[in-house]
Design a protein around this ligand. Structure first.
Ligand code: ZN
Length: 415
């Protein structure tokens, strides 16, 4: 049996620290919004590390930074590893970053060991995953699968600068966006390592987990229309109060999502508004959002169906009318079975038991599944906190995740 390759924990820790200085905020977080000076300074570091790793580096016209090492077979499709280093405002130091730094570490080890492997390897730092500057995330990966649009290019930031202008400002050409697209033939698999951004791994006391699928969010808004009136003069028996209806519906939504305890349906009403929003006025209407997710498409659709039934029944009973708007219905994505198995085997090789789990959040991997088989690996993060200066992952856990990523990558680069 060959000796296990060891990733360099100190090097990764040093790089995480170095990147955390770029766009650093007073609160101890970082702000690196896409295509800003901070984002570009971060990417300069990433490029430097890629060059140090012996990779050939280029930036495509969506702003994705790509480091590549050729394989021994010139016609073999590439193994891709990617994540992002852009952040939300005052974000944390691990979201995305561990995937890029971990990927570069994998490449560094392979080059240092001078391993002769059939398939090329590419490490990608995706452009604008977070979407906080132009209100549309996952831009780089969407461009890579040919799904970025003119609307993306014309989207403006808070200063009225379009994404198209922002790309030109960093010497990229938005007219060449189509050249960013990769084909299924060029790619063997896509792998991503990311912090969990949830509390599961901490609760089961495991450093890493293997994701089996990504739950697709469904975003709806539900408007309940009633009869406005004076809070003091309209007797309770004569009211068509949409607030009463809304609260009953919200309780029904919670009951629907918790009905089957073994299931992983999650439903959230995160935003609510009343009109005219006065202390002494029975509202004319109440409007609230629903974010409903599940890893299983049928179960997700069944839950959506149950919610719509509940809205209908409750409104009918209370003499209210309603309007349901679907803003986004994204189907769940399955990670490839063969990659899940390869990751389990990699876990055995390095002596780590990585539980199977699902992802409640979307990542670049979700988009890349349009053109190739994907695998997603989660690293435990403290208390499940992310998008916050308190976001934290232990370097020991990141090391284990990177070792697992390295073994999985080797498996796919060999043949
Ligand atoms: Zn992320």
């Amino acid at each position: 049996m060959r000796q296990l390759l060891k990733v360099n924990q100190q090097r990764m820790l040093q790089r995480i620290k170095e990147l955390s200085q770029i766009g650093k905020t007073k609160q101890g977080g970082v702000t690196r919004k896409a295509l800003t000076a901070e984002d570009q300074a971060g990417l300069e570091l990433v490029k430097k590390w890629m060059v140090e790793a012996g990779l050939t580096v280029r930036t495509d016209h969506a702003g994705n930074v790509i480091g590549r090492r050729e394989g021994t077979d010139p016609n073999a499709p590439a193994v891709l590893i990617g994540s992002h280093i852009d952040t939300v405002p005052n974000g944390g130091n691990f979201d995305g970053t561990v995937g890029v730094i971990g990927g570069i570490e994998v490449a560094t080890i392979i080059v240092e060991e001078n391993l002769q492997l059939a398939h090329p390897l590419e490490i990608i730092s995706f452009s604008d995953e977070e979407g906080t500057r132009f209100q549309g995330g996952l831009f780089g990966s969407r461009a890579m699968v040919g799904k970025a649009t003119e609307k993306d290019l014309q989207a403006k930031d808070e200063n009225g600068i379009t994404r198209s202008e922002a790309l030109k400002n960093v010497q990229l050409d938005p007219d060449l966006l189509a050249t960013v697209k990769r084909t299924t033939e060029q790619v063997k698999v896509f792998l991503e390592m990311h912090i969990e951004q949830g509390p599961y791994l901490q609760s089961v006391n495991k450093p890493v987990g293997i994701v089996t699928g990504i739950a697709g969010p469904s975003w709806l808004s539900i408007k309940i229309q009633g009869q406005s009136g004076h809070a003091g003069t309209v007797p309770m028996s004569l009211r068509n109060d949409p607030m009463g209806g809304a609260t009953e519906i919200i309780q029904a939504i919670e009951a629907i999502a918790t009905k089957d305890r073994s299931a992983v349906t999650v439903a959230t009403v995160g935003k609510i508004e009343a009109f005219p929003n006065g202390t002494n006025v029975i509202p004319e209407y109440v409007k609230f959002t629903l974010d409903l997710r599940d890893i299983d498409l049928k179960r997700r659709d069944d839950a959506l169906h149950d919610v719509k039934n509940a809205v209908n029944q409750i409104c009918e009973k209370r003499g209210l009318t309603y309007d349901i708007t679907e803003h986004l219905i994204q189907d769940p994505i399955q990670c490839a079975d063969h990659i899940i198995q390869a990751m389990r085997k990699a876990g055995e090789t390095i002596g780590v038991e990585a539980p199977l789990m699902i992802s409640g959040a979307g990542h670049d991997a979700m988009i890349m599944s349009e053109i190739t088989d994907i695998g997603l690996l989660f690293v435990r993060c403290k208390d499940g906190i992310s998008h916050n200066p308190n976001e934290w992952a232990e370097i020991e856990d990141i090391e284990i995740g990177t070792s697992l990523l390295l073994e999985t990558t080797l498996n796919y680069m060999k043949s």
